[in-house]
Design a protein around this ligand. Structure first.
Ligand code: ZN
Length: 395
């Protein structure tokens, strides 16, 4: 279904700035190389009114999240460490609010929520596998999507909360307004909502077009997030930029309006360029240039007789390979350390995903997990590396 109005403000003027053609569901890793996959358009538009960047194609929830592959927060050591530090920070800054109840939207397997197990806590997430794990850990978690209706039920049963956390949730929802309305309904009058989203300016500046896939429905700036939150009576109280997921924005929202700290004003000022079409219009050409340049580099490896393979099978690899038209003729296998992906194939490409210890020798790797380039190259010395984003280079 193609979206005709903005997910946050309902405005109907959506200007497309990036069209990556048709792409499979990014993490629907196939069991066999030739398994047919459905492809859906991958177009990003920006709302002329609130400046929320959003995917035009809204793939239905079951197709998108019923793929059989589930992401488990606890499986990622860096993410787990991030959660521990995050929880320490929230508890140190807002001890009284934490004591009045913590609710996490999109709690996954409870990797963050477990740090609040000693206080009144609740998690909500639509994914069955991860929420089963969370409950097995003794956490109070319900399996369902979150929105205003879910918020009303939770509020009737448990009352309002001191802290609502929604990290990397708003990017994935089809109805931003419904989720923010739910958060507003669940918060105590002096409570805080902590929301983390991938940061649109980093996507634009880093030319990270491969972060565009069907699960990533919305791309926020502080400007567009504030606009969306204000519609539900939530004001920005604080904001920070972090380097998680190639650039993220962490925002604290609360009901009463307050004067925000100076560093928040600086983020708003630095975002002024996003009001101009020039912020968006170059992205298509840059993505196409990556495709041309990658083909040249791949051809050069072939000519030199070097064995080329891929490293990493994150969801973004599906977008990059589909857009660039690279398949198993060029990339005969990719190495990935995630056990659940090994033995499967990158959707639409037939490229098998293999464990590092069973992989054949490659002279050169195309690094599809480019945001972890430094660690990956350190752990795998003695290879040539093609880093595709922001512009392809050989290291
Ligand atoms: Zn809008």
């Amino acid at each position: 279904m193609k979206r005709t109005s903005c997910s946050a403000c309902g405005h109907d003027e959506l200007d497309t700035f990036l069209n990556l053609g048709e792409s499979p569901i990014a993490d629907a890793y196939t069991a066999t190389p030739d398994e047919p996959v459905q492809r859906y358009p991958l177009e990003v538009a920006v709302c002329a009114k609130c400046r929320l960047a959003q995917l035009l194609e809204v793939v239905d929830h079951e197709t998108l999240f019923g793929t059989g592959y589930s992401f488990y927060s606890s499986a990622s050591a860096p993410l787990s460490a991030y959660h521990a530090a995050y929880a320490r920070d929230v508890r140190a800054r807002h001890p009284q609010l934490v004591a009045r109840g913590v609710l996490e939207v999109g709690c996954n397997d409870g990797d963050l929520l477990r740090h609040f197990a000693d206080v009144e806590h609740r998690g909500v997430d639509p994914a069955h596998g991860p929420t089963d794990v969370a409950r097995a850990r003794g956490l109070d978690v319900v399996t369902r999507p979150f929105g205003l209706a879910a918020a009303h039920e939770l509020r009737d049963r448990r009352g309002r909360q001191g802290v609502v956390i929604a990290n990397h949730v708003l990017a994935h929802v089809a109805d931003v307004a419904d989720v923010l309305a739910g958060i507003a309904a669940l918060l105590l009058p002096d409570g805080i909502a902590m929301v983390e989203v991938q940061y649109l300016p980093d996507l634009l500046v880093n030319n990270a077009f491969d972060l565009v896939y069907h699960e990533h429905r919305n791309f926020f700036s502080l400007t567009s997030l504030e606009q969306a939150a204000l519609r539900h009576g939530l004001h920005v109280a604080d904001a920070q930029l972090t380097d998680r997921q190639g650039g993220s924005l962490r925002v604290t929202l609360r009901h009463p309006a307050s004067i925000y700290p100076q560093h928040v004003g600086e983020i708003f000022r630095a975002e002024r360029w996003l009001h101009h079409w020039s912020a968006y219009e170059g992205m298509q050409g840059r993505a196409e240039r990556v495709r041309t340049r990658l083909w040249d580099l791949v051809a050069a490896e072939n000519t030199a007789g070097r064995m080329l393979a891929g490293y990493g099978a994150p969801a973004k690899a599906t977008t990059l390979l589909a857009f660039c038209g690279l398949g198993r003729e060029t990339i005969p296998w990719v190495v990935d350390t995630t056990a659940a992906k090994q033995g499967r194939h990158i959707p639409g490409t037939g490229i098998p995903i293999v464990a590092p210890d069973t992989a054949p020798h490659a002279d050169t790797y195309l690094n599809l997990a480019w945001n972890y380039s430094r660690q990956i190259m350190r752990n795998n010395p003695g290879h040539r590396w093609i880093i595709p984003i922001p512009a392809p280079v050989v290291l």
